[in-house]
Design a protein around this ligand. Structure first.
Ligand SMILES: NC(=O)c1ccc[n+]([C@@H]2O[C@H](COP(=O)([O-])OP(=O)(O)OC[C@H]3O[C@@H](n4cnc5c(N)ncnc54)[C@H](OP(=O)(O)O)[C@@H]3O)[C@@H](O)[C@H]2O)c1
Length: 386
């Protein structure tokens, strides 16, 4: 039987009890557990995958913490996490036309599209019966897959960093820019100041901004990640110099720094996937007509702001989620051309996946965490393992 990671409501509760309910002390590695799973038989429109590599994703972190909702409990007491993967097609159903055995594919995480194509539910999170891809094999429907662009110039680990984060960044960027352009035309202001806080999605967002010719600023606590982005012309701002916005004085100093960097204008588009203490400085540093976009709530789900202040500056606060199928295809076409992700300096083994999740939670990684699932890789990716 294929090995597969699971998260149970029981493990979530036991860990909560061990740390006396203090969510800051929860050890994710004690919650995400190696399990086994009999996969369903391959139906006519199904594809069986051998999973090659996966990336650590924050919704698995949220699932283990149960800090937003207790999704393991809501899923009946057990869920199988993992909604980003690169896999090799090893079997196809009789109606499958876009893929053949031997193809290497990436997944998207739309569980069920809404009438406009956006995800109503996310695969391996709140989509009922969805089985995630932190496992050795998977059976999915053909529509859930996109051909991996193996010749895009990225290695396999970099490709594995992107299936979830790149479409999210792609949608955030198009929304932020589109809203800003509704207010201020390209003729009036061709070059924008764009800021993002740390994290994989934020980095990819800035790569899109930089590629479009704008000034891009990355406010991160990680020197390695700032350095990696500096190589792409994205200017780093050390978040630790502002104590991760612990006090009002830190926020003021950060705002002054942003104004200095932008000749007093401020940031026209800000990407904030974290909220919590990051939200206030992200809003304060906005330029007139600025747009603050987010698809994340890593540090808090609630925000508070002065509506009158936002009105007089004509600030827009926008909320997005994952992209449509079409958006996922378009984002995949940008792998290597625009998206050059930073990958953590250790590629974790499958057995070390819980540690990868714990270290992601602790924000100690030098890039996006990647787990090598398959020991034997197909010939088609053997040149992409450096
Ligand atoms: N809605 C969607 O479709 C969607 C898709 C993807 C992600 N998300 C959400 O977006 C959020 C970020 O995801 P991601 O994939 O970009 O995460 P990620 O790559 O793991 O990055 C998270 C970053 O958070 C920063 N961080 C950690 N603790 C912090 C603190 N106390 N104060 C300030 N910054 C801190 C760290 O940045 P530095 O150390 O570099 O400062 C870290 O790199 C998560 O909540 C995730 O669930 C949503």
């Amino acid at each position: 039987m294929p090995r597969q990671y699971s998260i149970t409501a029981e493990a979530v509760a036991q860990e909560r009890e061990r740390v006396g309910g203090d969510i800051d002390k929860v050890d994710i590695a004690r919650v995400v557990a190696l399990d086994e799973l009999e996969l369903r038989a391959v139906g006519a429109s199904d594809v069986r995958l051998k999973i090659l590599a996966v990336s650590g994703e924050h919704n698995d972190d949220h699932a283990a913490l149960a800090d937003t909702v207790n999704i393991a409990e809501l899923r009946g007491g057990k869920m199988y996490p993992g909604n980003s993967a690169v896999g090799e097609v090893i079997e196809v159903g009789s109606d499958v036309s876009r893929f053949s055995v031997g193809d290497v594919v990436v997944t998207h995480c739309i569980g069920q599209p809404d009438p406009f194509g956006y995800p109503l539910r996310i695969w391996a999170y709140d989509q009922p019966d969805s089985i995630g891809w932190y496992g050795e094999e998977a059976v999915v429907e053909e529509w859930q897959l996109i051909k991996a662009p193996l010749d895009c110039g990225l290695n396999l680990w970099e490709i594995a960093a992107l299936p979830l984060r790149a479409p999210t960044a792609y949608h955030l960027w198009r929304r932020g820019l589109g809203i800003f352009r509704l207010k201020v035309s390209e003729e009036q202001l061709p070059k924008l100041n764009v800021l993002s806080f740390g994290g994989g999605v934020g980095e990819l967002f800035l790569m899109l901004a930089k590629d479009a010719g704008h000034n891009a600023y990355f406010c991160s606590g990680s020197a390695e990640r700032r350095e990696a982005l500096a190589k792409l012309g994205i200017e780093g701002i050390d978040q630790m110099a502002f104590n991760r916005f612990a006090s009002k004085d830190d926020n003021k100093a950060f705002n002054a720094e942003c104004k200095k960097l932008t000749d007093g204008a401020g940031m026209h588009i800000v990407c904030d996937m974290l909220r919590g203490p990051v939200f206030a400085p992200g809003l304060a540093c906005a330029a007139r007509m600025g747009v603050n976009v987010s698809a994340g709530w890593q540090l808090s789900t609630a925000v508070n702001y002065n509506s009158a202040g936002a009105s007089t500056k004509q600030i827009t606060i926008d909320h997005t989620h994952y992209d449509t199928l079409q958006g996922c295809e378009e984002a995949t076409a940008l792998y290597g051309k625009v998206f050059k992700p930073t990958v953590h300096n250790e590629i974790y083994s499958f057995e070390d996946l819980p540690r990868a999740m714990r270290e992601m939670h602790e924000a100690v990684q030098t890039g996006i965490p990647i787990v090598r699932v398959a020991k034997d890789m197909p010939d088609s990716v053997k040149g992409l393992l450096d």
